[in-house]
Ligand binder design. Structure first.
Ligand code: ADP
Ligand code: ADP
Length: 229
């Protein structure tokens, strides 16, 4: 079970503008940490650094005690599953969209992932099941259905770490609650980092970090943070 450590991470996209000003935090084995903060605070930047889309200017990012700048980007990405806010589906079959997350996924892998994401009953009712075309030229999925396909695509990799980047913020509140329940279940035996706008969507987190202008403004449990407000 991996852990995530940000150790005094400094980063910016352009030389003249620092986005993260020496950020440190730790996600313990199997822990669930959430990061909240206003738009532009640097939350998604944390996810991008964790994926090694960029390397920090200084400081270190460790996964399982290993500095990620010393391992291949592919192996870093293999350990992490991300559920983004707006999942983009390919104009292809549901099955292809799920299997895409893992080279060489078998039918069993895809089935198990669909089950984990609680979208199997929906898929089984489709005229061609997993072979149903979705996207622009095929079946139009609702926001919630798309997110479930995205969750299945992530689960097919069976990643020990989950990053949820505002994974429900584009959904209506009823659908949001359903997807939150599923995400809660699939996070149970994994280490997770949730990026969120609203405190209400991360009530389950062990610890919440409040980010403001690239600095840690506060941290604490959900109830402790609510009390201070
Ligand atoms: P959040 O996720 O908290 O809304 P982001 O991490 O997306 O914030 O962005 C933090 C800051 O970095 C913002 O000011 C944003 O404009 C800037 N930023 C994000 N992506 C880029 C980029 N690719 N190039 C330059 N600046 C960027
Ligand atoms: P690959 O060649 O391995 O498919 P990708 O860059 O397409 O590499 O994706 C690797 C992982 O990074 C996938 O889990 C995907 O969901 C995630 N990913 C791709 N683009 C982004 C992005 N812009 N922000 C966050 N995660 C992303």
């Amino acid at each position: 079970q991996p852990t995530i450590t940000f150790d005094n991470v400094v980063f910016g996209y352009d030389q003249d503008r620092t986005i993260l000003h020496g950020l440190s935090f730790h996600v313990p084995v199997g822990g669930h940490i959430a990061i909240v903060g206003p738009s532009g605070a640097g939350k998604s930047t944390i996810a991008r650094l964790l994926f090694r889309f960029y390397d920090p200017w200084s400081g270190r990012i460790l996964i399982d005690g290993q500095d990620i700048s010393e391992v291949t980007q592919a192996s870093v990405r293999a350990a992490i599953g991300i559920v983004p806010q707006d999942s983009v589906l390919f104009n292809d079959t549901v099955g292809y969209n799920i299997a895409y997350g893992r080279a060489g996924a078998t039918d069993e892998d895809v089935l198990a992932a669909a089950q984990g994401a609680a979208i199997l009953p929906f898929i089984e009712k489709l005229p061609q099941g997993f072979d149903t075309e979705v996207g622009e030229r095929g079946l139009k999925l609702s926001g919630g259905e798309k997110q479930r396909v995205a969750i299945a695509r992530t689960l097919v990799k069976n990643p020990p770490i989950l990053v949820l980047d505002e994974a429900t913020s584009a959904l209506d509140s009823r659908t949001e609650q359903d997807i939150l329940d599923t995400l809660h279940r699939v996070s149970e035996n994994r280490t997770s980092l949730s990026i969120a706008h609203r405190l209400s969507t991360i009530a389950d987190a062990d610890e919440i970090l409040v980010l403001n202008e690239g600095r840690m403004a506060e941290k604490g449990s959900h109830s402790a943070l609510l009390e201070r407000r």
